[in-house]
Design a protein around this ligand. Sequence first.
Ligand code: 6CS
Ligand code: FE
Length: 296
Amino acid sequence: MQDLYPSRKSQEVSIIPRKDPVIHAGEGQENHSPLSQQQIDSYEKNGFLMLESFFSENEVKEMSKEIYGLADEYKQSDKPEVVREPTSEEIRSIFAVHQNSDYFDKVSADQRLLDIVNYLLGGDVYVNQSRINYKPGFTGKEFYWHSDFETWHVEDGMPRMRAVSVSIALSDNYSFNGPLMLIPGSHEHFISCIGEAPEDHYKKSLKMQEFGVPDHDSMRWLAEEYGISVPTGPAGSVLLFECNTMHGSNSNITPYGRNNLFMVYNSVENRLVEPFSGAAPRPEFIAARKKLPVLG
Ligand code: 6CS
Ligand code: FE
């Protein structure tokens, strides 16, 4: 398959214009949007959309119970799905939670979410990746700037930009407790990165990413051109962000923890192929190839 978005293949930085629509809803779907026209326009322009208080307080309580339950269960676990912080044994992320928890399996099939995602991606979808990111008060560490699509394309073989991340805030997101920062409009540019990732790169990159991150000049250009947005909101808010939107987050030295549940939906028309790096695919718990129940 032709590589429309080459990255980590050259020592020269390049910026490739987006070749895919942002809103994939096709004919016949125009009148079925669960979002308002203003929300659709905002997602299309910025590459993300915040839906404040999407889940009720009760739902947040249940989800929080579940994430702490999983953290407890996996405290000593050496399962690869459990990613620890670079310099401590604290849990940073747990992957494949929609497969390891019946409860999160149900959340991933929440019809309110699916209606939105089906619209944005123009039809049926499946969960390509799910994870909980824990960022406890005082010790939670940062996630360096990146486009998820760059990694998913190069390391997982995601062909086109037709996936969306749904981030459910399970604690209040303030501007100061390490919330996600995004560059509005960055989804229109593919920042081709330099340097070839070593084998089994994910074992390191999920703790601290070194390859597949933008060079400083490109990042400076994006920030100067578009600015940096920090959507905040109470627990239960949902942030939808397009797979190529540049984002990152700071560490959390405040006393207020920041936990998020992420589900990545990919269009069934955009299933993973061989990784464009030519390396072996990453494991199933990071990028689903086999088990693909279709959600619609
Ligand atoms: O490698 C990945 O797939 C992931 N890494 C980051 C930093 N964000 C998205 C995704 O979970
Ligand atoms: Fe990310």
